[in-house]
Design a protein around this ligand. Sequence first.
Ligand code: TXA
Ligand code: MG
Length: 340
Amino acid sequence: MTKIIDFKEGITEEINNAGKALKEGKLVIFPTETVYGIGANALDSKACENIFVAKGRASDNPLIVHISNINQIDSLVTNINPVEQRLIDTFMPGPFTLILKKKDVIPSIVSANLDTVGIRMPDNKIAHDLIEAAGVPIAAPSANLSGKPSGTRIEDIKKEFEGKVEYIIDGGESKVGLESTVVKVIDNIPTILRPGKITPEDIINAVGVCKIDDNIFRKATGVVESPGMKYKHYAPVNECLLIYFDDINKLAEEVNKNIKDKTVVIGYNELEDKINCYKYLKHGSINNYEEISHNIFKLLREVDKYNPDLIIIMGVKKVGLGIAIMNRLIRSASYNYIGE
Ligand code: TXA
Ligand code: MG
C-alpha cells in the first residue's frame, strides 16, 4: 500500500519513515525544484532495478544520483577537473546535473553500464531533508511512466505509481516545471546534453564556454552522449503539432489554419481571443518563459482529458529558458513542427 504524505504546509517527522524506507530498498516519490522524482537507494541495485520496472524504462537509460551535501560527491565519482569543479561550485544546489566519472560503489544498473554517472543536488527543502534522512545517495529519474510528461504535481502521477512505491510525498507544484540541465564536460568544454533552467549563458558566465549537443532539437539515432535523447518523451496520448513564429499575428494565423474539429490549443494568455478552437488552455504570457516552463507538463497531461482530434501547442523563441521549453515541446509533438 502506498502512503501519501502531505508536506505542502511543512515537513513533519514522517520524513524519517520515508528516509528509512528508501535506505531499506523501497521506492519513494518526492518533490524537487524541477519535477518530481521516483527515488531509490542509489547503492542498492535491486532497489534501482525496481525503478526501471515501475517506470517501464529502457535498461540502457541511466539514472541520475541525488545528494544533499557537496561532501558526498567524492565518495561517488573520481577525476573531477577544474572546469567540473567550477560548475559544481556555481550550480549546486540547483536545477543542474553533472555527468562525472563514476566510482565502483555506483551499481552498473544505475549508470546503464556507462563509466559515468549524473550527479545532482536539488535545491528543495523536502528533497534535501529526505536524502539526509535516508543517509544514502538517491537515484531518481522523473516520476512518470516512460514516454509521458514528467510529473510536476501529485494529482498527475498518483495513478501511475500507486501500489508500486512505499511513499508519495506531496510538496505542491514543482517550481521550475522542467527537468534539470544535464551537462558533460567534453575536452574541457561543458556540453549541454539536455537544456534546462540553467542556460548556456549561465554556463558561459561561470566558465567562459559552453556547447549545446546537436541532438537538442532533433531526433537522435545511433551513438549518442545521453541515452535519454533517443526515446519518445513528454507525449500526450493524442496527436500533437507544435507551431512557432516570432511574429505573433503570423503565429495566430498558422494555428487557426491547422485547427480541425475538436482541437485543443495550448497557447499564450494574450492570444486566446484570436484563436477559434474547441478548447484553449493558457500556458503563460508572451515572453514569460518561467511561467510557461512551470505550466507546460501539467497542461500536456490535462489536454488528454478532452480527447482532442489534434493538440496544437504554441512554441517559444529558442533563447535562454526557451531552449529547454522547445527541446521538450518538439519531443511532445514527435517532431511535428511548423515554424522558425
Ligand atoms: O530534474 C531532474 O533531472 C529530474 C529530477 C527528479 O531530479 N530527474 C530526471 O531524471 O529528469 P531522468 O532520468 O528522467 O533524466 C535524466 C537524463 C536522461 O535523459 C538520461 O539519459 C541522462 O539524464 N543521463 C543520466 N545519466 C547519464 C550519463 N551517465 N551520461 C549521459 N546522460 C545521462
Ligand atoms: Mg525523465
